[in-house]
Design a protein around this ligand. Structure first.
Ligand SMILES: NC(=O)c1ccc[n+]([C@@H]2O[C@H](COP(=O)([O-])OP(=O)(O)OC[C@H]3O[C@@H](n4cnc5c(N)ncnc54)[C@H](O)[C@@H]3O)[C@@H](O)[C@H]2O)c1
Length: 351
């Protein structure tokens, strides 16, 4: 079998996790080219991984390289352009989350995938975690009954990643679009991908980026080019299957320690991922708390390896795509609705 030719667009932080995933599949694919507008970063990355085909323009890369697969790892405002160029250049695309700055952009990307007949997978990496796999088994076996309420919490006390993440033009927003997107999607995925029908949300920017106190630096120190995004969002999302989801996400919040957990509440059982999976149900007339055997906690690198394996297998036709473009579009509709609701103070319907 000829190996898939892979290109990377955006050679920053997360692109290292993508290339590690491809390199773990060296019998099926090879990263042959990379592109970044920052030539210094591009060269450091390519030197590190021995990539000789280097580009500062993704259109040029797509014309020259005959790529089968492209990972789009740029900041959010470049996702649409890079993804559409890669699809039209004949490649299947794995685009990082959030899919785009908003639903209109995401829809254009989905349409480009449909027109070209290429696969567009969205970087909903949490779908590939062992916690998600474990819960999906239980949910599909009917252990939870109907899941009607969920809570998704991703709170950092002092944790804006800095750089472009604070610049709305390039990020599209703050913790909602950066962190909330992961946990909203995970709940939606576990719940069988229901359609969102409305959202009510509030955003705040009370604390700002720089919260280093007495030398106890978090992430949010220094390297800000700009900070015009929210630092906290809370929202209630209703879905067409009766599920209501409460989501909270922060870069900065006066909370004791960072929290990242998911809770699902069903008619037969509930559960929490924090970080291990625990299930709350009844057995022989007693309440029981059940922990699956073995660890179900997340491993960051394992996640990306699973995600890239899923993408490559989907491209080869060996398994269905687990995070298709339509789910990225739906997530962007939800995010748009929450930001609009925060602006207007009213609940927003999602069609
Ligand atoms: N799945 C996850 O858990 C996860 C974690 C971190 C980041 N991300 C996502 O990955 C993406 C990148 O984040 P990061 O932390 O790696 O950022 P980063 O700033 O480290 O890297 C982004 C790179 O994109 C490059 N770039 C920007 N516009 C470009 C263009 N038009 N053409 C080529 N290169 C361009 C920049 O020069 C930069 O090197 C974001 O969308 C982010 O949300 C996902």
């Amino acid at each position: 079998m000829k190996k898939l030719r892979v290109g990377i667009i955006g050679t920053g932080n997360i692109s290292h996790s993508h290339i590690a995933g491809y390199r773990a599949l060296s019998d099926k694919c090879e990263v042959v080219a990379a592109c970044d507008i920052d030539e210094k970063k591009l060269n450091a990355y390519c030197d590190l991984y021995g990539i000789s085909h280097r580009y500062t323009d993704y259109n040029e890369m797509m014309r020259a390289e005959n790529l089968n697969c492209v990972s789009v790892c740029t900041w959010n405002s470049a996702h649409k352009g890079a993804t559409i160029a890669a699809l039209r250049g004949g490649a299947n695309v794995l685009c990082e989350k959030p899919m785009a700055l908003n639903a209109a952009e995401a829809l254009e990307m989905q349409q480009a995938a449909e027109e070209t007949g290429k696969l567009l997978q969205v970087g909903f990496v949490r779908r590939f975690g062992n916690d998600a796999a474990c819960l999906k088994n239980f949910i599909d076996a009917g252990v939870f009954g109907d899941i009607y309420y969920a809570k998704a919490t991703y709170l950092r006390r002092n944790g804006c990643p800095g750089g472009w993440f604070g610049d709305k033009e390039r990020s599209g927003g703050g913790p909602l679009i950066d962190l909330g997107v992961h946990v909203i999607d995970l709940v939606r995925y576990l719940g069988g991908c229901p359609k969102a029908i409305s959202a009510f949300g509030s955003t705040y920017d009370n604390l700002g980026p720089n919260r280093a106190v007495g030398g106890s630096a978090g992430w949010s120190v220094g390297a800000f080019e700009k900070f015009d995004v929210e630092d906290f969002t809370t929202a209630l999302i209703r879905f067409d299957n009766g599920l209501t989801l409460l989501v909270e996400a922060s870069f900065n919040l006066n909370i004791k320690k960072d929290v990242g957990n998911i809770e699902l509440f069903g008619t037969k059982a509930g559960c929490r991922i924090d970080p291990e999976v625990e299930i709350y149900t009844q057995l022989a007339g007693r309440f029981v708390d059940v922990q699956p055997f073995g660890s179900t906690a997340l491993s960051f690198e394992g996640l990306f390896e699973n995600e890239i394996r899923g993408f490559v297998n989907a491209v080869l036709g060996n398994e269905p795509c687990r995070a298709p473009a339509e789910d990225g579009v739906e997530l962007m509709r939800i995010i748009d609705a929450i930001y609009l609701s925060a602006k207007t103070g009213k609940s927003v319907e999602i069609s």
